[in-house]
Design a protein around this ligand. Structure first.
Ligand SMILES: [Zn+2]
Length: 393
């Protein structure tokens, strides 16, 4: 059992940039021969004493910018490996890391993409072509500082991963590679492995240890529990004369709108939950900025964004939009490519009235978004249907 696990191979591939992007310089290396260590060791000049035993990252330090979306390719799986059960175990393996630090992985479905190939799909699949029970390859791009992982594939050997127990331990270890961890030089770790330490058993590898958690948090920071943060309720109002929607979580504003201090506004009955503006942020939480469209410019409408980039652009370029706040409340960012929201959150949709007075409506209800689009509003955001931010459930 031990020898089989000792023989895993991690093959790492680097890229100057991802295929299909400008400045591409694809780099590939031949399959490592059987029996080699499953990490690429970068030699440094002279003796390099390790200051203390700890988790290790790759060189350069690489991590995912957002959610890891992975797919499963059941082609070539052994008979015992029921596809739904395999997906559940791999999902559970990623969930262990997500519980340890602020990295999120979502299952995207089945795929015919080949594991071990750079094709834009991070896939878990089977192949007897690897010499050892499991292998992870990842591709990264960037320069200076921290690099960005763009794809990671896990290959499982159908002859050597022979039951669900081994699969669980392997998947947990390989998922650690996928998020950017190298082998640790601490033996008491899921990520223990050659050449710094010996591999642990598959059963041992099913449970993350303190060193694994520390490595995970070095890369992604500590996870902020969704349920543990103070929340506020966003209330939506409608002004029939202007045909404008407005949202606020500010108690004073809500009181003034309800009392008629601001005339013409009525509650729509729609609300959703957000995080308080002053919650701690570590990457999983993002503030929402607010701008007020200058009435003198024919706007008289508010605009909200959970994208710090968009906030900065509006502030710099659109002088008719008066900056009001960097953080009226906080939310979770949607994945910039797919619009997917983290676990335990719901999508917030934004539609724009496509008029000179430029009013937006924000809702967590897909049917409301669809109704606005049917009225001629433009759906804005990431993915399809477009999502602009994610609110706690
Ligand atoms: Zn490994």
């Amino acid at each position: 059992m031990r020898s089989a696990q000792d023989a895993r191979t991690l093959l790492r591939y680097g890229l100057a940039a991802m295929l299909g992007l400008p400045g591409v310089a694809a780099f590939a290396q031949a399959m490592a021969p059987a029996g080699v260590s499953d990490v690429e060791v970068i030699p440094l000049p002279g003796p390099v004493p390790l200051p203390e035993p700890k988790y290790l990252t790759y060189q350069p330090v690489s991590r995912w910018p957002g959610t890891v979306q992975w797919f499963y390719n059941p082609a070539g799986a052994p008979a015992w490996a029921d596809p739904a059960a395999v997906v559940a175990i791999v999902h559970g393996a990623f969930a262990k890391w997500s519980a340890a630090c602020d990295v999120t992985a979502v299952y995207g479905g089945t795929s015919s993409a080949t594991p071990n190939d750079l094709d834009g799909v991070s896939v878990v699949g089977w192949s007897g072509s690897i010499a050892n029970p499991a292998a992870t390859r990842y591709w990264y791009t960037g320069s200076g500082g921290t690099y960005t992982i763009v794809e990671a594939d896990i290959v499982l050997h159908p002859g050597q991963v022979s039951d669900f127990t081994i699969l669980d331990g392997m998947a947990t270890h390989e998922a650690g590679h996928v998020i950017g961890l190298n082998h640790s030089d601490v033996q008491a770790a899921v990520m223990a492995g050659a050449p710094y330490t010996a591999y642990n058993t598959a059963v041992y590898q099913q449970t993350l240890r303190a060193d694994d958690v520390a490595g995970c948090q070095f890369l992604y920071g500590a996870r902020v529990p969704a349920g543990g943060l103070p929340t506020q309720t966003v209330v939506e109002f409608y002004h029939a004369e202007f045909d404008h929607y407005f949202i606020t979580a500010n108690a004073s504003e809500i009181a003034k709108l309800d009392s008629g201090f601001f005339k013409g506004w009525a509650r729509t009955g729609q609300t959703f939950t957000v995080l308080a503006p002053d919650v701690p942020r570590n990457g999983s939480v993002t503030p929402v900025c607010r701008f007020y469209g200058d009435p003198a410019a024919g706007l008289d409408s508010h605009f909200y964004s959970a994208s710090p980039t968009e906030c900065a652009q509006v502030r710099d370029r659109f002088k008719d939009w008066i900056w009001e706040s960097d953080a009226v409340f906080a939310v979770y960012p949607a994945d910039g490519a797919t619009g997917r929201c983290p676990a335990s959150t719901v999508p917030v949709y934004r539609t724009w009235n496509h008029r000179r007075d430029s009013n937006h409506r924000y809702t967590t209800r897909a049917d409301v978004q669809a109704a606005m689009v049917a009225k001629g509003y433009i759906a804005e955001g990431y993915g399809d249907p477009p999502v602009v931010m994610c609110a706690p459930q």
